[in-house]
Design a protein around this ligand. Structure first.
Ligand SMILES: [Zn+2]
Length: 266
């Protein structure tokens, strides 16, 4: 009975969000439907980050300081331009994978294997800008909302088959659990990737990094993926057109950079 009421409640909120236009992504102005409370979203992100920290060594020293400084500049740009008010925290973790991620709520992790591929501050800023963009565009919450909508169908089956044995029924309804679906390694969609690339580029430029380095970084990333497991690409699938799109957005980013009062580039 509770499940039916929950499903009906969710369907009504979805219909309401749909009719009223839902939320809007910063910069791209794409409308999105998010039915996850931002407090719940942040709590899930914080829990997942604690789990990550229990399995990785957080590094200290010059490398970690540099990563934190870059992240702080990008976060400041996100707060000033888009009012992104989160509890930000950045860690450099010992891990050979060339990857980085940011969890909903503002926890950012850069894996040490990314440093040789990033090569310089502008390259690192490209990746961190991309990750911060996923957070402020609330991509995880949007994905979770879509997952819950998909689960409504499954739930209807479970309720209709009310005479199913309790174990099986429990397994079907267990699909509503959000723990595994909120796994940090679940890949983003191409729409989300493209959006994170564009917003991230503007953010790193507003933080006075050089957006012209972004296509170079993604070229290095693609080459690194050829040598071993494509770590970043496995969680951030991108269209072949990523480098082309980024090149097309450089003017927008350079204008944002100038408007932010950054010193001219050489
Ligand atoms: Zn991404």
């Amino acid at each position: 009975m509770f499940e039916i009421l929950a499903a009906i409640g969710f369907a009504i909120s979805f219909a309401w969000a749909w009719l009223t236009g839902g939320d809007e992504v910063p910069l791209t102005e794409r409308s999105q439907v998010i039915l996850i409370d931002s407090g719940e979203e942040s709590a899930l992100g914080a829990r997942a980050f604690e789990e990550v920290l229990s399995r990785h060594r957080a590094l200290e020293g010059d490398g970690a300081d540099a990563v934190r400084e870059i992240a702080a500049r990008i976060v400041k740009a996100a707060e000033e331009s888009f009012g992104a008010d989160y509890d930000w925290r950045t860690e450099l973790l010992q891990d050979d994978a060339a990857n980085a991620f940011a969890l909903p709520g503002g926890n950012i992790a850069v894996l040490s294997g990314l440093l040789p591929v990033a090569q310089n501050a502008d390259g690192l800023a490209t990746v961190i800008g991309h990750e911060v963009a996923h957070v402020i565009a609330r991509h995880s919450a949007e994905r979770l909302t879509q997952q819950r909508i998909a689960d409504l169908g499954r739930l209807a089956v479970a309720v209709a088959l009310g005479d199913m044995d309790p174990g099986t029924r429990q397994a079907v309804i267990g699909a509503l659990g959000i723990g595994t679906q909120f796994g940090i390694l679940m890949p983003f969609s191409r729409v989300h990737e493209s959006e994170a690339d564009r917003i991230g580029l503007v953010l790193m430029a507003q933080a006075c990094f050089d957006p012209r380095e972004a296509p170079e970084l993604w070229r290095r990333m693609a080459r690194a993926a050829g040598d071993g497991p494509p770590e970043f690409m496995s969680t951030h699938p991108a269209p072949q057109s990523r480098i082309e799109n980024l090149t097309g957005w450089i003017d927008e980013a350079l204008q944002a950079r100038e408007a932010a009062g950054c010193p001219p580039l050489s």
